[in-house]
Design a protein around this ligand. Sequence first.
Ligand code: HEC
Length: 185
Amino acid sequence: MKPFLSLLALSVLVACAPAEKAAAPSTAAAVQYSEFNTTATIRDVMNALIDPNADALWNAVRFDKTEEGDHEYRPETDEDWLAMRHAAVSIIEGGNALMIPGRRVAPPGSTTEFPLYEFMPDEVQAKLDENRVAWDAFAQNLQAGAIQTLGAIEARDAEKLSEFGGALDAACEACHVQYWYRPAP
Ligand code: HEC
C-alpha cells in the first residue's frame, strides 16, 4: 500500500504545480517595469495626498467666530485623533511619492493658469531634473514636519498639533518658492 499512497501524493503535487505557476506573473513581464508606478504626476500627488491632508491638519484646531456664537474646534474623540493620524501618514507617504524617480511634474503639454506667478510644468521639471538630491531634501523636510505633527497626534496634544502646523506650512512654502513660484520681476 505504501508506494501507492506516495504515488497518489505525488500526482496531487504535480496536478497543483501548473496552476500555481500560471497564477504568478512571469519574470519576463515583471522586468519591463520599474519598481514603482509613476502614472500619477507630482501635481496629482499634491492634490490627492498632500494638500487635502495638510488642510485637515490645519483645520483641526481652530477658533470660529460666527453670528451664532464662537466655537473652538480641536480633535476630541478617538475617531478625531485617528483621522489626524491618517492625514499625517498620508503626507509622510506623499513625501515618498515625490521622491520616486521618473514621476513627471504634470502631464505633457500642461500649463498653469497663472504663468506670471508660477513656473510652467516644463520649467519645474527642468529644475527638478537638474538636481534630484536638492528636490529630495525638500520632500524630506516636508516629511520631517509631518512626522513632528504625528508625534503631537500620538500625544493627543492639540496645542502642539496647532504649533507644528506652522512648521509644516513652512516646509510646503520652502519647496514652492524654489520650484513653483516665479520670482517677482
Ligand atoms: C518637494 C517640493 C514640494 C513640497 C514639499 C510641497 N510641494 Fe506643493 N507643489 C510642488 C510643485 C513643484 C508644484 C507645482 C506642480 C504643478 O506645476 O502643478 C506644487 C503644487 C502644489 C499645488 C497646486 C497643484 C495644482 O493643481 O496646480 C498645491 C495645492 C500644493 N502644491 C500644495 C502643497 C502643500 C499644502 C504642501 C505642504 C503640506 C506642499 N504642496 C508641499 C512642490 C512641492
